[in-house]
Design a protein. Structure first.
Length: 479
């Protein structure tokens, strides 16, 4: 018995070393691959120009789900109306807002009743009214009963969308002027094979109180700066690598284009899911692989969408707990794909990665710290050794994040002042020393809430949408 206890810290330590060593190796491989691609990847400007010549045959319906977005909805809709892509319609779905969202839309865009709902093909909540803008012929607004999830709102938009491709954009997001041209380029180049195309979501700086004021540099909030690093590393660098192998598992709900017929074939978005973006892409992979289709889900790294970051710890905690609840929900719903050779590299590589290095990572991390505390209490581990290992791990992780920032800047062709880059690098160290433990708690809480049956959405409070970066600054600045 005593021998077993003596061996426990050693065996646990070996397991931790293997797990985190493999995790670090995967991160290094992804970063190196992204760095190589950043020098080979074209700017897409040429493809975007070709896209403009073909847009007559590839019109797009933009779906904008909105709940309690009165502070940001006007700027979001106007930015979409200013996109360079000519063949589009914009459908705003007011998801039972209890603020002034609908009134703002009525006032700003001269809405009048006039549209008619088609026969429903997917599940969604009852629609109260449909409006068309007299000042902007491309704008339609659906006023529906609150459904409690973004998925239900998007299903209503799908029913009204008249074009073969739908683009989902969050109400707190701003697209770069040519973003839709760029993200549509692979679809127009190979429409029979490309079923979905994703842009890249980056965190954007909030406007000052006075409209059209300019600013430079990063947000003064360390919380928002850390999210800049997070989005560059996870939403850009890592997803770009997965996409290169046709294993992209999520197209951000803030900006992505899909073939509408493929979504309808799945029955639309799954109601009440907390991660409708992840759920849809995994179901697309599943269905197309089961049908034996040759398909592609693309990511265009310089097709940029700027989104608002939660600026308070409370809002961020709710968001990350919801994300992890959604991840658990989606993976359990598709658990038969885990290590299933029927789904090829998706079942053998991509799905297991989500399970091992996304879903259960916080559980393993918590178990690691618990084991360390027990080892210290029993005298098997010295504080000096622990601190040395922890500092080494933090340093390596921060260096990887620093490289991800540099690669992200290169891929997106963004410019940054030297002081901003230094502050982002400093945020990398703060992230692992302070922010990561908080993330651990939030994710664990998300798991607990999932098993308690929590399906609430918890929409964050908006501080004010960003302007298009060309109107304010091209710096990377601090969802």
């Amino acid at each position: 018995m005593l021998h077993t206890l003596n061996q426990l810290p050693h065996n646990a330590g070996l397991g931790v070393l293997v797990y985190y060593g493999l995790s670090g190796l995967i991160s290094v491989v992804l970063l190196i691959a992204a760095a190589r691609m950043s020098f080979r990847y074209p700017t897409s400007d040429g493809e975007a120009a070709q896209t403009k010549n073909a847009t007559g045959t590839f019109p797009v319906s933009i779906l904008v789900p909105a709940r309690n977005e009165e502070r940001v909805i006007t700027k979001a809709v106007r930015s979409l109306l200013q996109l360079s892509y000519p063949a589009l319609e914009i459908i705003v779905i007011n998801d039972g807002s209890d603020d002034g969202t609908l009134e703002v839309l009525r006032s700003e865009f001269d809405l009048v009743p006039g549209a008619s709902m088609r026969q429903r093909t997917v599940s969604c909540q009852p629609v109260r009214s449909l409006y068309r803008s007299r000042s902007e012929s491309r704008l339609l607004v659906i006023d529906k009963c609150a459904g409690g999830s973004k998925a239900g709102a998007l299903n209503c938009g799908l029913d009204l969308a008249s074009h073969a491709y739908v683009c989902v954009v969050d109400a707190d997001s701003i697209l770069e002027p040519g973003a839709l041209d760029k993200v549509m380029a692979p679809i127009i180049k190979d429409p029979g094979r490309v079923v979905a195309s994703s842009g890249v979501v980056l965190v954007g700086k909030r406007l000052a109180a006075v409209p059209n004021t300019t600013g430079s540099g990063l947000s003064s909030s360390w919380l928002e700066r850390i999210q800049v690093v997070e989005y560059l590393r996870a939403f850009l660098v890592e997803r770009m690598c997965w996409s290169s192998r046709n294993m992209l598992m999520i197209i951000s709900g803030a900006f992505g284009v899909f073939r509408k017929d493929q979504i309808l074939k799945l029955g639309g978005y799954r109601p009440n899911t907390m991660a409708e973006d992840l759920d849809l892409v995994i179901r697309l992979h599943r269905n197309l692989l089961e049908e034996g289709k040759d398909y592609k889900i693309s990511l265009i790294p310089n097709s940029i969408c700027w989104t608002e970051a939660p600026s308070s710890m409370r809002c961020l905690a709710k968001q990350r707990a919801r994300w992890h609840r959604g991840l658990l929900d989606v993976l359990l719903a598709n658990r038969d794909m885990f290590l299933n050779s029927r789904y090829g590299k998706i079942g053998l590589l991509a799905i297991p990665y989500l399970w091992l290095y996304e879903l259960i990572a916080p559980l393993l991390e918590a178990a690691t710290w618990l084991t360390i505390l027990v080892a210290i209490a029993l005298g098997f581990l010295e504080w000096k050794v622990l601190m040395g290992v922890v500092l080494l791990g933090w340093t390596c992780a921060a260096l990887l994040s620093t490289c991800a920032i540099a690669v992200g800047f290169k891929i997106t062709s963004q410019q940054s002042e030297g002081s901003d880059f230094i502050r982002l690098v400093a945020s990398c160290f703060l992230e692992h020393a302070y922010y990561r433990p908080l993330q651990l708690v939030w994710k664990l809480w998300g798991i607990v809430r999932f098993f308690q049956g929590d399906t609430t959405w918890n929409s964050p409070k908006r501080q004010g949408i960003t302007a298009r970066p060309s109107e304010v600054t091209q710096d990377l600045v601090a969802n």
